[in-house]
Design a protein. Structure first.
Length: 158
């Protein structure tokens, strides 16, 4: 699972010109589901996003999370995050989960955020969506479930 997390002052999603979801201050979460991801992956990633300290405290340091600030989340499914661009000029999406697999994982992700106490809005799975946002900072972080098990640079796993 790969998520692009963006700190926003506001964000919204429209389908066919009609707004279907909108949030105030919080996080826009673009969610890509890979082959092999499941509800367990979704729960782990929801906790990671909700607890990530990307909001500034009174001293201007990134010490606060979405849970600390009481901000909202807008989760939008985006299979293109799983693009493989290693060869040629046309990205391959073979690493992305099939829609019938991805949709319940995206739903599990949103549900896990709600279980943590986050107010969550979602896009419309599989729809051609227009996403509008005001990136705050700008702060943009990529969270990849495949990277979470790897040791940090310079550290060994003993």
């Amino acid at each position: 699972m790969r998520i692009v997390l963006q700190r926003v002052t506001s964000a919204s999603v429209s389908v066919d010109g009609s707004e279907v979801a909108a949030i105030g201050p919080g996080l826009l979460l673009l969610v890509g589901v890979a082959d092999g991801d499941d509800a367990s992956t979704a729960t782990q990633m929801a906790r990671k996003c909700a607890e990530m300290r990307v909001f500034s405290d009174a001293e201007g340091k990134f010490n606060l999370s979405l849970l600390d600030t009481g901000g909202e989340a807008l989760a939008v499914s985006q299979f293109t995050l799983l693009a493989d661009t290693r060869r040629g000029r046309r990205p391959s999406f073979v690493g992305a989960a099939r829609p019938e697999v991805a949709e319940p994982v995206v739903e599990a992700f949103a549900c896990a955020l709600r279980d943590l106490g986050v107010a969550v809005q979602t896009g419309v799975f599989g729809a051609k969506m227009s996403v509008a946002l005001v990136n705050d900072g700008p702060v943009t972080v990529v969270v990849d479930s495949g990277e979470m098990e790897r040791p940090r640079r310079g550290k060994s796993r003993e």
